[in-house]
Design a protein around this ligand. Structure first.
Ligand code: WQD
Length: 334
């Protein structure tokens, strides 16, 4: 199976690339490196000992995408490319709608021209807990989330119109960790928005202390609880989804998660143990828009894909630390 990964140099894309190559798949990467590094592509080759084509391409550029399908026999597309900062999307919504919708539509149209009919989309959802795949999409809290919901709807309509088309909507919440080699990992630009990159930068000495957003939530220790998932488990889920599309036309939504939420304080403690470093923190005010807790019901992934998360929170922290301690400033700048 030859899989095109749009946004394949990014955090989840690069780990999925490693998983696919190790499972014997061929891959092609397309990335514009706007929020990723070409060094990640070299590191994927280093980890797997395998070579593959990598295109420096913006997937809203129709000619660039056409060329990729012309030059490669693609069986399946895993679509990661897009803007993903929730807060930024509230400030520049038009840019988010333009980029994320244009990327998905351009890739889908070029797939149709090239008679490629399998598509995996990484998505999100906002529903009461625990999340189940058959709940209505409802209203999203940010333009970022709305672009995800709109693309899901587009895929449903496209699959309805074309019985040969097969799409999996993968929904996951808080991917963390890194490849155990520490050669690839999450490399946020500027001040990290997300918890684990922030903790890791405190532990490595790049930042003084973490601010815990809220200590008075109705949870066991007062801090928010999330379903953290090791990025290699997430990568394995993408591989299973790609295999699934080979035999199942139509559209289906599938959650990927551990089903077990951990609080911010539990994550800090796990990271302290895994790294042997202190993580100084203060409890600050709540962050606007945060829900007290949520986690995924991942029963469907087990039923359809035989997929279950394998890594523990301790593993996630150990591998985040392997990446951060080996690459304190992230990927080297070109
Ligand atoms: C986790 C917990 C914070 C930073 C978001 C998006 C989701 C996905 C991942 C895609 C929360 C707390 C955080 C800090 C803290 N996006 N926290 N201090 O908000 O669950 O999910 O990111 O790219 O779509 O919604 O993840 O890592 O930001 O926060 O206390 O400095 O850590 O309040 O409880 P979140 P997160």
């Amino acid at each position: 199976m030859n899989v095109l990964l749009t946004g394949g140099a990014g955090y989840i894309g690069s780990h999925t690339a490693v998983e696919l190559l190790n499972r014997g798949c061929d891959i092609v990467i397309a990335d514009d490196y706007s929020n990723s590094s070409p060094v990640a592509v070299e590191r994927i080759r280093q980890i797997t000992g395998r070579d593959f084509p990598a295109y420096h391409a913006d997937v809203t550029d129709r000619e660039a995408v056409r060329r990729i399908f012309r030059e490669n026999k693609i069986d399946c597309v895993i679509h990661f490319a897009g803007k993903k900062a929730v807060g930024e999307s509230v400030k520049i919504p038009l840019s988010y709608y333009r980029t994320n919708l244009d990327a998905a539509l351009t890739v889908l149209e070029c797939m149709k021209e090239a008679s490629v009919s399998r598509f995996i989309f990484s998505s999100g959802s906002l529903n009461p807990i625990p999340y189940r795949e058959d709940m209505p999409r409802g209203e999203c809290s940010s333009p970022y989330g709305t672009t995800k919901a709109m693309i899901e709807k587009i895929l449903e309509d496209a699959c309805h119109a074309d019985p040969a088309l097969s799409a999996v909507l993968l929904r996951y919440f808080n991917p963390i960790g890194a490849h155990p080699s520490g050669l690839i990992g999450e490399d946020p630009q500027g001040i990290p928005n997300n918890l684990l990159p922030y903790i890791a930068q405190v532990a490595v000495g790049r930042r003084e202390k973490l601010t815990v957003f809220g200590g008075d939530y109705p949870t066991p220790d007062g801090t928010c609880r999330r379903d953290y998932l090791h990025v290699m488990d997430l990568a394995a889920g993408h591989h299973r989804a790609a295999c699934y599309t080979m035999e199942h036309p139509g559209v289906t939504a599938v959650n990927l998660g551990t089903g077990t939420p951990y609080s911010v304080l539990e994550v800090i403690e796990a990271f302290r143990k895994a790294s042997g470093r202190e993580v100084p923190y203060v409890i600050g005010p709540r962050r606007a828009g945060d829900l007290p807790e949520y986690w995924a019901d991942a029963a469907k992934a087990k039923e359809l894909f035989g997929w279950q998360a394998q890594y523990t929170l301790q593993d996630m922290c150990r591998d985040t630390w392997a990446w951060q301690s080996k690459n304190p400033q992230g990927y080297p700048k070109a």
